[in-house]
Structure formats: C-alpha cells, structure tokens
Design a protein around this ligand. Structure first.
Ligand SMILES: *[C@@H]1O[C@H](CO)[C@@H](O)[C@H](O)[C@H]1NC(C)=O
Ligand SMILES: *[C@@H]1O[C@H](CO)[C@@H](O)[C@H](O)[C@H]1NC(C)=O
Ligand SMILES: *[C@@H]1O[C@H](CO)[C@@H](O)[C@H](O)[C@H]1NC(C)=O
Ligand SMILES: *[C@@H]1O[C@H](CO)[C@@H](O)[C@H](O)[C@H]1NC(C)=O
Length: 693
C-alpha cells in the first residue's frame, strides 16, 4: 500500500482517489473472501481502477493514473476487463432474473482519424475465457461459428463504431443490445435525450461519455441511456426493450468489458464503473475523481501540421518584413507554395459527406516514401500498386494509383467507393479509403502480405500450394463472391475474377481484390461506347454481344478461376505452334473420356482428395457454360463446395453446347438468354432494430 506517500504531499485529489480505491480494494477483497464462490447481492463502484483487481486480458491494462485501457494501439487486437468474481443473476427460488443496473464512463480514441476502429461492449458472460473470440467486428466476444448461438449465454451492450452489414447494423455509430450474437435485438444511433429530443453524439470523438444500463427482472425491461459527461442522466433512455433474460443467464455470470480493433488501431478506455445487482443501491460514479485521458496527439491526417504552417507564416511574415529579412520571407513563402502544390488534392463540396473515407495525399505520399520504385508491389490492370506504411498508426496499406482524367461519373464513383468501403467480408480485400488529385485517383487497401494467388499456381513449383490450401481459397472466394452478389444491400459485380485478383493474407486465406474497379474503367472511357472490361479467357461469351455484365458473367469468370486453380494452367495458353490451348475445351475432352482427374495440376503430387478435385473441375465446367442460364448461381456454387448439395452430372446437351466450334468466342444463338442469377434476392432494407425513439 502507498500509505507512506501521504507525507510526500500528494495533491489531495489524487490522494483521495488513491485512498478511495485502496479502501475499496480492501473492502472488495474482504467481500470476496467473506462470500462463497459467487456473490449474489452486491454492488461496487470504481472511480479509476487502481487496485480494482480486474481480470485483464489481451490489450487490457491499467495505466498509472488508474485509467483502464482495453486496447493498446495495435491492429486486430482484443482486450477484456472483468470483475474478478462472478455473481448469481437468477433468483434460485423464483427462477426470475435479478434486476441490475450499471453505469460506466468510456472514451474511444481512434488512432487514425480517417478510419474508425471498432467499438466497446459491456458484457455479462458465463466465462472470462475468450480465447476463441475474434477481434474486429466480433468485438472480442464471438467468432464466426458461435455468433448467434443460444449456447453462448452472453448479453452485451455494444457501442459500435462500424457498420457491419452481416450483422444488420443500422449505421457506423450506434448503441445496441446484443443477446448471444452481434445482430442486435435493439439498436439506435448514438444520441441522448435532451430538451424533448434526441441529439446525436459521435462515439469516436475521443470525448468521454457515460452509459447507463438498467434491467428490471420482473418486467424484463432493458434500458440503455447514453449522454456526454456535461449533462445529467437523460430522463428518457435511448433504448428500452423487453428482453427476457431468464434463459440467458446461467447461475454464475461475470460482468465486464470487451473491445477490439480491426484494420485500424485505436484505444478504448473505461474511466469509471459502477454496478449493482438485485436492488442494492447503486453508488454514483464521482466524475471529479475519474482519471484523465492521455493528451490527444496531433491529428493524424496532417491537418494539424497544415494549420501550424499557416500560423507560422502569419507570425513570421510581419517579423521578417520588420527585420528586412525579405529574402528569407520569400524563401519561406516559396517553400510553402511548393509544398502546397506537391500535396495538392482535388476536393469538391460533395465529397465532404464521404469524409471518413478520404485520405490526405500527404499521408499517402509519405507512407509510400513518395511512391518510390522500391515500394512497388505490382502493376495491376488499372495502375501501379505500392506498399505503404502510415507513419503514425503503423498501418500497412496497399496503395493503388489510377490515372483517371474523367470528371464524368466521378461523383457516382466516389459514392460507390464509400459504399464499397462499407463492404466487409473476410474474403474481400478491405478498401480503407481514397484520395483524389488532378487526373489521379488513389485507392487505399488493407495490405496482403502473401501477394496474389497466381504466383503460387503458375510460379515456382516449390512455392506451389497444396490441395487443402487451394480448396480453402476456392471456398473462401466463393463465399466472398456470394456476399457481393446476394448478401450485400445491392448487387455488386466483380467483373474481373482470376487468380491474380485473389490476394492472400498472412494465413493464406484468399481475399478477392479489385472489385468494382472495372466499372470505373468503363465510365472513364467515352460514355457512348461500352467497353468490355475484364481479361480474355475469363470473359463470358455473351459479354462481347451484350456488353452487359451480370452475376452470370461473374460466375463464368469464377469457373475459369476454378479450372486454373485445379489444373494449374491459364484459361488460354498461347502455344508456339500458334494453336491456342483453351483450357475449358481441354478439360471437356478429358471429361468425355472419363478421365477428368488427369487434368489436375501435377504440382499437387499425390496428396489430394480425388473427390474434391473432380468436383471442382466439374463445377468449373458448369460455371464456364456458354449459355448463361445454364450456369449455377453463386449460392448454388457455395452449396456444392460445402457438400450441402451433390453436384449434378453435366448432361449430354450441356456438353454438346461446349462442342460447337470456336465455342466461347462465338456468339451463341438466341438473343434473350436470361441470366440465372438475375433474380437475386435482396435483403430487406429495413433494419431489424427497435428503439425507444
Ligand atoms: C502495449 O502494452 C505493452 C505493455 O504495457 C507495451 O510494452 C507496448 O509498448 C504497448 N504497445 C503499444 C503499441 O503501445
Ligand atoms: C443524427 O444521426 C442520424 C443517424 O446517423 C441521422 O439520420 C440524423 O440526421 C442525425 N441528426 C442530426 C440532427 O444530425
Ligand atoms: C426504462 O425506461 C422506461 C421509459 O423511460 C421507464 O419507464 C422504466 O422505468 C425504465 N426501466 C428501468 C428498469 O430503468
Ligand atoms: C421469461 O421466460 C421464462 C421461461 O423462459 C418464463 O417462465 C417467464 O414467465 C418469462 N417472464 C416474462 C416476464 O415473460
């Protein structure tokens, strides 16, 4: 204990806090030892967390001033802090859940102001072991398989700063009540009630805010209220929802916090916390006793520096003139103008609404060391790709530089980028944002350390991927494409699916890149001619006739991709003899002979599942069918790959269609061959939220 320090003249506030928390720690420790395995009737308050004895995990740490930090400026991190003992939440005689109330003060400080990091959740859970929980949108509470599982027995109040469509999030700044999963049972935009209306709050403002959570076990009403520290508790809660927790609560439950970061780091703080169960009076958090947040470092996107520069100019100039240091002043001005030109961007009024996705050119320029040749990752179909490292957040990025002179369609395209930026799927390369200069568009993506798949299929044999890895990548890409076609709020076509557009993360998980870009390319050219965009060999035959991409033409590209991954050959190989080898035809020939497995990539060696390889090859053919309506939809493809549905045999007629000479590059007769996946089911647009508003 720190009693000796009394004589050293600690400022009285700090002293109070220290004594308060020490005394509290003693009281709590006593309480713990005095009761059995769990406490059934208790309350606590922490104004700062020194000596609180919380169970910490991941990024969770108590800073010297008592501030609880849940994440520690690292990407894809989770942090947990739980009260050390569990509590009985169910009245054993009546079976009813106990009432409880809790209140806490939190702050979310995004490290990179252009990309918000994930949020925080207050959680009531049966265990404090979250070893299998994922960071990012899973908030460190759930993972891909247990999300939504009633066996979780988890109740959480999420302060969510990212819109995840797969969880039907209403926006990127909301409060939700989660039961057993991340699809909130109730949610509302972050706001507080004042002067008979709700006023918006930004969760990622970095400002401390307060949350009250109240539950009445009898009426099962669950209330959540949010407010800035400057106002008292609003009379009307933000969320008020009937939720029967009697089957959710197990006998012994822990209370605490979870938070996570994703592609962008941030820090999540809890400054104070009070809790009471079963009618015990809740002690108030004392705001003056709360620890302070670390000082906010300078605005990451360089605005701070820009402002400083102008300020410097304002001060320096008159002095310089006064001292007749005109040459020096001129030099300063020239330098500033040069700098301004160097980093000049094009920003139009309408772009402000896409604010969070806009990067400053200065940051991107610096991150790629001035687009240095050493940083070039590759030359894509649309322009150079550079590796970048954002200086302050240490976020690794891939920067795609696209020459683009057209103003036409730029607004629509940027709207689309903003919407693509909201696409979130583990098998899509995450678009982080963009920047625009004259004649140039710059897209910023998550960096993929293992590069593109083609290198491992067509490259050096010793780098070749085995079948298990290839099959996992195939299934992942199918899931990503299904998401684009059917699971997102609008149908997104990829238009250029091929091994070189599949990128591999550190664990060799496949992610589809470059989606939506083909459209820009189309728009960038003359509006009156539609240019077919894509790569020869992956282009569906109907495209050359209609020029119109459909989900079916994407499925065709996916078919070509399946064949190239299974056969280790490109869709069209130019032979020195002048006769092109067309992969589909080659595989069809072997299928007819009943020897389709012979077309497999020899680099696979003997270690593969013949059933899987054959299924992928036959599915590749089905997807490559010349008639769009004969191709399966991506949902069917995923069902075949997952083994949920057995892949049907190709009929003789279907095979015959492959047969007519000059096949895929000839226009297939009949003009209105409809596309199978034309009737894509769209998600209900109304969110399944209910709020008290
Ligand atoms: C995270 O916390 C550890 C332990 O406190 C510290 O050593 C490390 O520097 C921190 N990392 C960052 C990025 O702040
Ligand atoms: C508050 O936020 C909601 C949801 O983001 C938005 O629809 C509404 O227009 C905002 N209200 C004000 C006054 O800004
Ligand atoms: C929840 O909010 C409603 C509406 O303000 C209020 O009537 C009710 O008493 C609150 N319940 C709890 C448990 O705080
Ligand atoms: C809550 O559910 C339990 C059993 O699931 C039931 O016995 C109880 O009556 C329900 N309470 C309310 C208030 O509906």
């Amino acid at each position: 204990m720190d009693w000796v320090e009394v004589g050293k003249g600690i400022p009285s506030k700090a002293f109070h806090k220290q004594v308060a928390s020490s005394v509290l720690a003693v009281l709590i420790t006593t309480a713990i030892f005095a009761t059995a395995a769990y406490s059934s009737n208790t309350n606590f308050v922490f104004n700062g967390f020194n000596g609180a004895g919380l169970l910490l995990n991941g990024g969770g740490a108590i800073e010297p001033n008592g501030l609880l930090r849940l994440t520690n400026f690292t990407r894809n991190e989770v942090g947990h802090a739980f009260y050390p003992t569990n509590f009985r939440f169910i009245n054993s005689s009546s079976g009813e859940p106990f009432s409880f109330s809790t209140s806490f003060v939190f702050a979310i400080v995004p490290q990179y102001s252009d990309i918000s990091s994930q949020g925080i959740a207050f959680a009531i859970t049966p265990s404090t072991n979250f070893a299998s929980a994922l960071p990012s949108q899973h908030l460190g509470l759930f993972n891909l398989t247990n999300n939504g599982d009633p066996r979780n027995h988890i109740v959480a109040v999420e302060l969510d700063t990212i819109q995840n469509k797969e969880f039907y999030d209403i926006n990127d700044n909301h409060v939700g009540i989660d039961v057993n999963g991340l699809r909130s049972t109730a949610s509302a935009p972050a706001s507080f009630f004042s002067d008979s209306q709700f006023k918006n709050l930004s969760l990622i403002s970095g400002e401390p805010m307060r949350v009250w959570v109240e539950y009445d076990g009898k009426s099962t009403v669950f209330n959540v209220t949010l407010a800035p520290l400057s106002v008292p508790k609003p009379e009307q809660p933000l969320l008020s929802s009937k939720i029967n927790l009697s089957s959710i609560f197990l006998d012994a439950m822990y209370v605490g916090f979870a938070s996570s970061t994703g592609t962008a780091a941030g820090s999540h703080y809890i400054l104070g916390w009070s809790f009471s169960l079963n009618g015990k009076e809740e002690e108030e958090i004392s705001l003056p006793l709360l620890p302070s947040l670390p000082p906010i470092t300078e605005d990451e996107n360089g605005n701070g520096e820009a402002k400083k520069a102008t300020k410097l100019l304002n001060i320096l100039l008159p002095i310089a003139i006064a001292l007749l240091l005109l040459p020096f002043a001129a030099f300063v001005i020239a330098l500033l103008i040069k700098n301004k030109r160097k980093y000049a961007e094009v920003v139009e009024d309408w772009e402000t609404e896409y604010g969070p996705h806009r990067f400053s050119y200065r940051d991107i320029y610096r991150s790629t060391r001035g687009f240095s040749d050493d940083n070039v990752l590759g030359h894509g179909g649309f322009g150079e790709v550079y590796k970048g490292l954002l200086t302050k957040s240490k976020l690794e990025i891939a920067v795609k530089r696209i020459a683009h002179d057209s103003r036409q369609g730029m607004k629509e395209f940027v709207a689309e980028i903003a919407s693509i930026g909201r696409l979130r799927h583990r098998n899509l390369v995450q678009l982080l944002g963009y920047c625009r200069r004259r004649g140039e568009l710059i897209l910023v993506y998550d960096f993929m350390p293992n590069g593109s798949l083609d290198r491992y299929i067509f490259g050096r044999p010793e780098e070749s991927l085995d079948w298990t890895q290839r099959f996992k990548i195939i299934r992942g890409i199918a899931a990503g494409l299904l998401y684009l076609h059917e699971e997102w709020e609008q149908v997104v076509l990829h238009r250029d699916i091929k091994a070189s557009n599949v990128l591999l993360d550190a664990r060799f998980e496949g992610k589809l890149g470059d989606f939506g870009l083909a459209k820009l390319y189309e728009r960038g050219t003359n509006l009156h001619t539609t240019k077919v965009v894509g790569t020869l060999g992956y282009l569906a035959p109907e495209l050359s006739r209609t020029g119109k991409s459909t989900p079916c033409s994407d499925v065709f590209g996916f078919g070509a991709f399946l064949l190239e991954v299974a056969c280790g050959k490109r869709p069209i190989e130019l032979k020195t003899s002048g006769i092109d080898m067309i992969l589909v035809d080659w595989v069809v020939e072997f299928l007819k002979k009943g020897e389709i497995l012979e077309t497999r990539d020899r680099k696979l060696g003997g270690n593969f599942s013949p059933e899987e390889v054959e299924m992928v090859l036959r599915l590749g053919l089905m997807c490559s069918h010349p008639v769009p309506a004969e191709r399966p939809s991506m949902r069917q493809v995923v069902q075949y790959l997952d083994g949920e549905v057995v892949l049907p045999e190709l009929s003789m007629e279907q095979l015959y269609a492959f047969d007519s000479s000059s096949r895929r590059y000839r226009l297939v007769a009949g003009d209105d061959m409809s596309c199978n996946s034309g009737t894509v089911p769209t998600l209900p647009s109304s969110s399944s939220s209910s709020s008290s508003k």
